[in-house]
Ligand binder design. Structure first.
Ligand SMILES: Nc1ncnc2c1ncn2[C@@H]1O[C@H](COP(=O)(O)OP(=O)(O)O)[C@@H](O)[C@H]1O
Ligand SMILES: [Mg+2]
Length: 275
């Protein structure tokens, strides 16, 4: 469903000059699978997900969604993907139903089909109790579900969750992970980005550890554990990051690379609080 090959994005930045935010990354995600992009802030996760959803154009490399190229067939890609983040705008005066309906119309969906689709979605996400609640009166849990419904209204086979649990209370985050699992059961292809280790550990079928624009390693949790002979996922994660830092330092001839002491505190430890 998703194929990414040597995908690269460079930004022109006033301070940093030409800056490689995503550096030749490759991965694939199948139907019925949850793929986790795990990395600290600034790793490049959002940039990858924005390229997949055609908001940003890649500098080089290839990405396809449901067989469509994100550059050449951008409109087709948009019909096959939905994007959920933690800061989707919910309009105060629109009800849950109206808002999702509005986005369905933006996708050009016909009235009858759209109504049918809304009924299904509101059942599936258990949102019927607040069909008529306006944005201004929604709890964070309701808003989160409306964001998911909005991303799914055109029934895309691929769904992207970019740090979607950020800022949610424990119960709402837990419910979100349950919804994502149910979408996997429904055969969707899912990408889930986070900086919280316990979330990928509990949720994802395969994981890519991302740092400084690169995928340092990827595989199932047990593949990663076997390969690095480390059962503690947190140790494994920081081990990978530290190895990468050491490689950078060794290759910098005059020691230009600044020393970075990586610590759990920098990344917001998961504490196993979700799911
Ligand atoms: N529009 C932009 N211009 C310049 N640099 C950017 C821009 N967007 C993101 N970056 C930089 O690219 C890197 C990756 O950012 P991002 O993809 O948001 O990472 P993540 O989602 O993993 O936190 C960061 O160093 C960030 O500062
Ligand atoms: Mg991000």
């Amino acid at each position: 469903m998703i194929h990414v090959q040597h995908l690269t994005k460079t930004y022109e930045d006033l301070q940093r000059g030409r800056f490689v935010a995503v550096d030749h990354i490759s991965f694939s995600v199948q139907k019925g699978e949850i793929f986790g992009l795990l990395g600290p802030n600034g790793a490049g996760k959002t940039t990858v997900l924005r390229m997949l959803s055609t908001v940003l154009e890649p500098t080089s490399g290839i990405a396809t969604v449901a067989g469509y190229d994100v550059v050449r067939d951008a409109a087709d890609v948009r019909r096959h993907i939905g994007f959920v983040s933690n800061n989707t705008a919910i309009y105060d005066r629109m009800t849950a139903w109206e808002l999702v309906e509005y986005f369905g119309r933006l996708h050009g969906m016909q009235r009858d089909y759209l109504n049918e689709r809304l009924e299904t979605l509101f059942d599936q996400l258990r949102m019927n109790d607040y069909r008529d609640v306006p944005g201004a009166k929604m709890s964070t849990g309701m808003k989160q579900k409306v964001s998911i419904a909005r991303a799914m209204v055109h029934d895309p086979p691929v769904l992207v969750f970019d740090e979607a649990t950020l800022g949610l209370d424990v119960l709402v985050a837990r419910n979100l992970l349950a919804v994502i699992r149910s979408l996997r059961e429904a055969g969707k292809c899912l990408i889930f980005s986070t900086h919280i280790m316990s979330e990928v550990e509990r949720l994802c079928d395969r994981i890519a550890v991302m740092y400084r624009g690169k995928i340092l390693d990827s595989g199932t949790l047990s593949e990663l554990r076997d390969r690095h002979e480390e059962n503690d996922f947190e140790e494994l994660f920081f081990g990978l990051l530290n190895q990468h830092e050491q490689r950078i330092q060794q290759s910098s001839t005059a020691g230009h690379s600044k020393h970075v002491d990586l610590d759990v505190a920098d990344f917001g430890k998961g504490n196993g609080q979700y799911a």
